[in-house]
Design a protein around this ligand. Structure first.
Ligand SMILES: Cc1cc2nc3c(=O)[nH]c(=O)nc-3n(C[C@H](O)[C@H](O)[C@H](O)COP(=O)(O)O)c2cc1C
Length: 322
């Protein structure tokens, strides 16, 4: 009887958790009027400027494609000064610079809009702008055996040397992880890093999956996604997609720099999520994705779970063999 009641309670809790998911998304998504204008404009500009970059990277870009997007971008950015460090403007300037250059020999369908682009570009620094397209890449198709060996060698560690990662090391590791792809380059992923042992212990007690090695974790990353980067019903799950991809790059980057790590699930209820956010001083507009414990490998030989994998053909169906 008791186990039946527990099962019913668990099913009912699914509804309350989904309702709270929905509320968080509604409150903080990019269409919410309650979100600060700077954040909304920055995310929107990055997403739309990237559609220009993508268009320019096609085999044969249609001359003056996306005129409505260009118009909207100019309108959105007219009179708006992004906060310092915001990448949306450099991305927009680079995209429009390369757009203008790509079609310089074709007369524009809307001369007034072309003039607006000129004014926008000519009144700002475009030479060093970082957006746009990378020109004519020559890439050979060849197997890199050392990269294959590196990927094969990653594993989850649950034992670490006591030393924490230094600021400089964190910056280097994160910088490489930022090569992770993200939807429309929106880069919604945020990282919170902790090195205080007592605080790490409190965070991992709330997480619940580190029993037996909590005290060994020298550095803890909490990976989140800023909800404001996402908008509309179809994007409700995307914080986890981009967050997951980023996390893989973070694990690989840690490995590449000589550290070991263990991803740690955040399969938790909203009340746990709130408690972790309070403990970690993480903004409410971020959704928690996963934690990553990290450090140097122990100086003594240590053990790791084997974690065998399914045979490849058990998880991969090549459909033209049907
Ligand atoms: C999203 C995610 C959450 C995980 N959570 C935990 C966790 O809470 N505790 C833990 O000890 N390991 C955790 N792991 C590690 C997995 O057990 C491990 O990745 C898996 O067994 C494969 O082994 P490998 O990482 O050594 O290749 C997690 C892994 C992922 C990807």
């Amino acid at each position: 009887m008791r186990s039946k009641l527990i099962r019913i309670a668990k099913i009912l809790q699914v509804f309350t958790e989904y309702t709270r998911d929905g509320w968080l998304f509604l409150r903080y998504n990019g269409f919410s009027p309650l979100e600060p204008r700077d954040r909304r404009l920055s995310h929107k500009t990055i997403i739309e400027a990237h559609t220009i970059e993508k268009g320019l990277a096609l085999p044969e870009p249609r001359p003056y494609f996306g005129q409505n997007k260009v118009r909207a971008l100019l309108e959105m950015n007219a009179g708006w000064v992004p906060p310092p460090g915001d990448i949306s403007r450099t991305m927009l300037l680079g995209a429009l610079r390369d757009y203008r250059a790509a079609f310089v020999d074709t007369s524009p369908p809307d001369a007034a809009l072309a003039a607006q682009v000129d004014t926008f570009l000519d009144t700002q620094e475009t030479e060093t702008a970082e957006g746009g397209v990378r020109g004519y890449i020559e890439k050979k198709s060849e197997c890199d055996a050392s990269a294959v060996a590196f990927l094969n060698a990653r594993f989850s560690a649950r034992d670490f040397a006591p030393r924490t990662l230094e600021d400089r090391e964190i910056a280097t590791v994160v910088h490489l992880a930022q090569r992770a792809p993200s939807q429309c380059n929106r880069q919604s992923t945020r990282l919170h890093v902790y090195r205080d042992r007592a605080r790490i212990a409190r965070l991992l007690e709330l997480q619940g999956g580190g029993r037996g090695f909590i005290q060994a974790v020298p550095t803890l990353f909490v990976i989140t996604s800023e909800i404001t980067a996402w908008g509309g019903p179809q994007q409700r799950n995307q914080p986890y997609v981009d967050g997951g991809i980023f996390t893989t790059m973070l694990l690989l980057s840690l490995d590449a720099h000589g550290f070991v790590s263990c991803p740690m699930n955040l399969a938790i209820t909203h009340s746990k999520e709130q408690a972790i956010k309070r403990e970690g001083t993480i903004p409410k507009r971020e959704r928690l994705v996963v934690m990553v414990a990290a450090g140097l490998p122990p100086t003594y030989p240590f053990r790791a779970a084997r974690s065998p994998r399914w045979p490849t053909d058990a998880i991969c169906t090549i459909h033209d063999h049907e």
